[in-house]
Design a protein around this ligand. Structure first.
Ligand code: FE2
Length: 363
């Protein structure tokens, strides 16, 4: 079942660059991403809206494309040179994957590109050639209190995390953090090319699915401002989880759901990981500070809901069920438990706190 390591070297990936996202109501999605979150429109027509963050100089970080099924059409990575596309083709052909190369690109503003359905079933894209646009970093007259300044990462749901990690390491990614248990089950892993905590993460669950796409703000107060704005607009029901401080990544976070239910994270202030001997951080799945440093509970929808992904013909990929135990089941399910202090026994959490971690306990 493991994915063989190709003899062909992987493409040299610089960073996660954009997400190609299918939405069912383009006007509603434009309102959310442009009018509420303040992403910048590079180009738009009746079929699609091309958006970028305020510090971006490439054409887009997010494409909203009108379509019948809300889904992720491509996770796109920038590579270091045009020649890396040949490497991407050879790498994925050796893996037996479907590979499509288009000199004119798959999206406006992007040139020669390779799209593949990868061994995990995800649509991955690689490109170098791209139209440069104005970097609005100094245009503070355009910045809002919740300004989104960079695309930070993707998060993917896949049934077998160790299998996915081995393939991603073959593709040149390095693990920075993960969540495991004493029995050897891995529940999630974070992997990077750029020197932050991640360009993408693999979350254990039924997949392939898109868990979320994340944009960065400069500071924590920018995230609070987004919450205040959503409240003022009577759109607080867009907030799924947070704001809070992650244990994993140490970043400040907020999770939102867009009009189609696609999950968007707002994220800031993780740490440098660029040294060759950057230490991997492993969290115990039962540590209730791993996903929220302040011990706030994770809502069940965050564990169970995610967006479909498409094959290269635009059809939703079939979803394979996870067979390892789920993080939700071992932490907040009927038999789940978690601790604040590892030396504590299961009853050490105060009764009012246990109810937050065990579904049904509060009844
Ligand atoms: Fe994230």
């Amino acid at each position: 079942m493991s994915i063989p390591t190709p003899t062909a070297p992987p493409p040299d990936i610089v960073r996660c660059a954009y997400l190609d996202l299918v939405v069912t109501d383009l006007a509603a999605s434009r309102d959310f991403y442009v009018d509420v979150l303040g992403l910048v429109v590079t180009y738009e027509d009746a079929e699609a809206v091309y958006l970028r963050s305020l510090e971006e100089f490439i054409h887009h970080n997010l494409v909203l494309r009108k379509g019948p099924v809300a889904a992720a059409a491509a996770f796109a990575y920038r590579v270091r040179s045009p020649e890396e596309l040949d490497r991407a083709v050879a790498f994925y052909r050796e893996l037996g994957c479907r590979v499509e190369r288009r000199a004119e690109g798959f999206t406006r503003g992007v040139g020669d590109s390779v799209r593949v359905t990868d061994p995990l079933g995800f649509p991955y894209e690689f490109f170098y050639d791209v139209e440069h646009v104005e970097r609005l970093a100094w245009r503070y007259d355009l910045h809002t209190p919740g300004a989104l300044v960079r695309l930070d990462h993707f998060n993917q749901v896949t049934p077998d995390v160790p299998r996915a990690v081995r393939y991603m390491e073959d593709l040149g990614f390095r693990v920075t953090e993960d969540i495991q248990d004493a029995e050897g089950t891995t529940y999630a892993a974070w992997m990077r090319r750029k020197p932050t905590v991640h360009d993408t993460a693999m979350t254990g669950g039924d997949g392939p699915r898109l868990h979320h796409v994340a944009f960065a703000t400069h500071e924590k107060h920018n995230i609070i401002a987004i919450c205040d704005k959503l409240g003022a607009l009577r759109q607080s029901d867009r907030i799924e989880r947070g704001p809070g401080r992650h244990g994993v990544s140490n970043a400040f976070y907020l999770y939102l759901r867009d009009p189609d239910g696609h999950r968007v994270e707002i994220y800031t202030q993780d740490y440098w990981t660029g040294d060759p001997d950057n230490p991997v951080v492993t969290w115990d799945v039962h540590d209730n500070q791993r996903r929220d440093w302040w011990g706030n509970p994770v809502v069940p929808s965050w564990y169970t809901e995610a967006s479909p992904v498409l094959d290269l013909d635009g059809n939703p990929q079939p979803v394979v069920a996870r067979t390892d135990t789920s993080e939700m089941a071992v932490t907040i399910g009927a038999d789940g438990f978690s601790y604040t202090r590892p030396e504590d026994d299961e009853d050490a959490l105060p009764s009012w706190k246990q109810g937050e971690y065990k579904l049904g306990h509060q009844l």
